[in-house]
Design a protein around this ligand. Structure first.
Ligand SMILES: Cc1ncc(COP(=O)(O)O)c(C=O)c1O
Length: 374
């Protein structure tokens, strides 16, 4: 049967099949941890555990890590499945969802797949990609059932401050809608304001749903260790809904995730050292490029510059074809004048990629000027 429903993710297909290059600056996570760096002893592994609603040792670690009570936690296969489950638990066909723009494509795809109507909440580069709670308030209707934000923002890396989050929570609570904050990149910022505890003042009616994972910040993408924080009633509904999807997680991955939590300090240090060095390279690159308008986030692995005067999509193609450097075209975030640079990879690769990007920008401007003046 043919259907008009969104049944795939254009961005994900591009990321899986087209994003790599000799200098790959299209990634958004921290360089993956090798097996030799991962402190997993065979004795810590078991293939099968009794099924249930969560693996108790993992729920315990998550409760300690997030500060949320165990009955507020649902484990999931990465932030991706966490988002899908949370959306599916609160949305019905025809409901409205407000999703930030620019925004991460799969969030929109999942909402559309579930039959929701997506409206876009602007996060403007001129406003440093901040959210205007008054504007958000104006956009909510009686059909709005979910507001979706990322923090840190993908693609810009912008951080939402506690005051904005509190205000958004209050607006959502008054309107009887939920706010999903995808915090997968916030894991990179230890002391950042987190939305779920901010919403606890509303008791059982906490409007916040948090999704996250260990995939991006710690280089542990292969574990697919994701989670959802939600009020106890909603968390229970999500567990029950999960029985229609994967039912249980792969137990080896749950065991390895427990090991990861028990050594998180080690992975955090590894990531901070890498990002300190890579962040310095990015800063000096951006300092040298007046042709790029770029909000510099307080942390994270991505920035989302805008290219002055020239066509960003044309530049991204030129950069890849002539200089073997890949970045993510802004069109995937519905912001075609921008492109996203990821700095979480190998330092040498980033250094080479940024040097080539500088050369490509100079050459691209030259050729654009020649076309204009001829
Ligand atoms: C905002 C956002 N959420 C979720 C994901 C997917 O995360 P995971 O690998 O944990 O499924 C990504 C990946 O790029 C992302 O950018």
């Amino acid at each position: 049967m043919k259907t008009d429903r969104t049944m795939s993710s254009r961005y994900m297909q591009w990321a899986k099949t087209c994003s790599t290059a000799r200098f790959n600056l299209a990634t958004s996570g921290v360089l993956t941890v090798a097996r030799s760096e991962f402190p997993l002893q065979d004795a810590a592994l078991e293939i099968t555990a009794p099924g249930g609603y969560g693996y108790p040792p993992l729920l315990q670690r998550l409760s300690k890590y997030t500060g949320a009570a165990e009955q507020c936690i649902v484990t999931a296969i990465g932030t991706s499945m966490a988002n899908h489950l949370a959306f599916a638990a609160v949305l019905e066909r025809g409901d409205e969802v407000l999703i930030e723009q620019p925004g991460y494509g799969p969030l929109i795809d999942v909402a559309e797949y579930l039959g929701a109507t997506v409206k876009r909440l602007p996060r403007r580069a001129e406003a440093r990609f901040a959210i205007d709670p008054a504007e958000l308030d104006q956009m909510i209707t009686s059909r709005t059932k979910l507001i979706v934000l990322t923090n840190l923002h993908n693609p810009s890396g912008a951080l939402l401050d506690a005051e904005t989050l509190r205000e958004v929570g209050r607006i959502a609570h008054d309107a009887g809608t939920h706010v999903l904050v995808d915090e997968v990149y916030l894991e990179m910022l230890a002391d950042a304001p987190r939305a779920f505890p901010l919403g606890e003042g509303f008791g059982d009616a906490n409007p916040f749903i948090i999704t996250s994972s260990l995939t991006k910040a710690y280089g542990l993408s292969g574990l697919r260790c994701g989670w959802i924080l939600a009020s106890p009633d909603l968390a229970k509904r999500i567990w029950l809904l999960n029985d229609l999807f994967g039912v249980n997680a792969a137990h080896l991955a749950e065991r390895a995730s427990v090991v990861a939590f028990d050594h998180l300090g080690q992975f955090r240090q590894r990531a901070s050292a890498l990002l300190r060095e890579n962040g310095a390279l990015l800063d000096s690159f951006l300092d040298s490029r007046p042709d790029l308008d770029c909000v510099r986030p307080p942390a994270g692995t991505v920035v989302f510059p805008k290219l002055h005067a020239v066509h960003a999509a044309g530049f991204v193609k030129f950069l890849r074809e002539r200089y073997e450097v890949s970045v993510v075209p802004g069109e995937f975030f519905d912001a075609p004048d921008h492109f996203r640079i990821g700095i979480g990879g190998e330092t040498a690769e980033l250094r080479g990629g940024l040097e080539r990007m500088a050369a490509a920008l100079d050459s691209f401007h030259d050729s654009s000027n020649r076309v204009i003046s001829s």
